[in-house]
Design a protein around this ligand. Sequence first.
Ligand code: SAM
Ligand code: DTB
Ligand code: SF4
Length: 335
Amino acid sequence: MTEIRNNWTKEEIAEIYHTPLLDLIYQAATVHRENKDYAEVQISSLISIKTGGCPEDCAYCPQAARYNTGVDVHAMMPKDEVIAAAEKAKAGGASRLCMGAAWREVRDNRDFDKVIELVKAVNELDMEVCCTLGMLNEAQAQRLADAGLYAYNHNLDTSEDDYKRIITTRTYDDRLQTLEHVRKAKITVCSGGIIGLGETVEDRISMLKTLSNLPKHPESVPINALVPVKGTPLANQPRVSVWDMVRMIATTRIIMPKTVVRLSAGRTEMSTVEQALCFMAGANSLFAGDKLLTTPNPSFDTDMAMFELLGLKPRKAFKNGRPQQEPVSMEASIL
Ligand code: SAM
Ligand code: DTB
Ligand code: SF4
């Protein structure tokens, strides 16, 4: 079994990242097979419960109020709409629903009360519930945990050094503190980054070092390819090469062997062949459903056809690290 390490050095990670490509994929695929059922892919579905108008200045983000991106600003989505979206996602094979809000941080107000209600309601559908709401304090993390929140997504996005180039309205340390609060409340941690922001390879390696040197590896690490959005400062960034995506995924798989590595934003620009390489390199999760938060994503049907072609199967929802009980079917209960 692969050793779990929290002391990877930049040099070691760089050596892995720069391994000749086919050897890197082979090594990552080997680690993947030693630690996971490689054919099992976890499906998350995203829903933007509060869209746009965000005070932060994240240079990639269509939801930042200061950029003219044409995103429609929406107040909190009503509960029945969220439940309908969750049910549709579940029917499409999703085991996790991730609710995103364009907030800098959570405030103790009526909107947070509503989020707590949503977490409870989605939990009752036997789906893993995830939220991404910006910064959280300890008490807020605990309230979410008490409501049954399974995972919290809070990305580091890039390296500590590069952070100021991308975001000036908060610090890397703010980000790490929220991750600590999430851990302390025993919510699983989902934290990763974006490639294609104009970062260097050293920045990517440094971000992976930070993630892999956390006291406990995040349970999931999303690797996003930048979706360049008109009106944002990064609108004209060139599309990231699939080889960079493969290197990033493979390196993440090797240094965090048990982690769920999510092939996240950017899939509409990728062919099935390119995505297959990412699964080969150790990706074992994706966001499904025709929209990410505000930008397009392949439909459930397109993804199911890809699963069929590649022999992948959706992972069932897990709670407390254990597979969920299957609902008892009519036949079974009669017998
Ligand atoms: N406001 C909260 C926050 O920043 O944590 C939650 C929502 S925010 C949209 C969630 C994540 O989406 C960001 O951390 C970033 O990694 C990712 N993201 C946003 N815009 C993106 C884009 N254009 N391309 C790729 N990923 C993006
Ligand atoms: C993550 O790492 N990627 C997702 C999710 N976590 C919240 C968000 C991607 C957003 C892409 C741009 C948009 O659709 O607005
Ligand atoms: Fe706001 Fe999150 Fe977008 Fe940054 S990434 S502008 S915090 S919604």
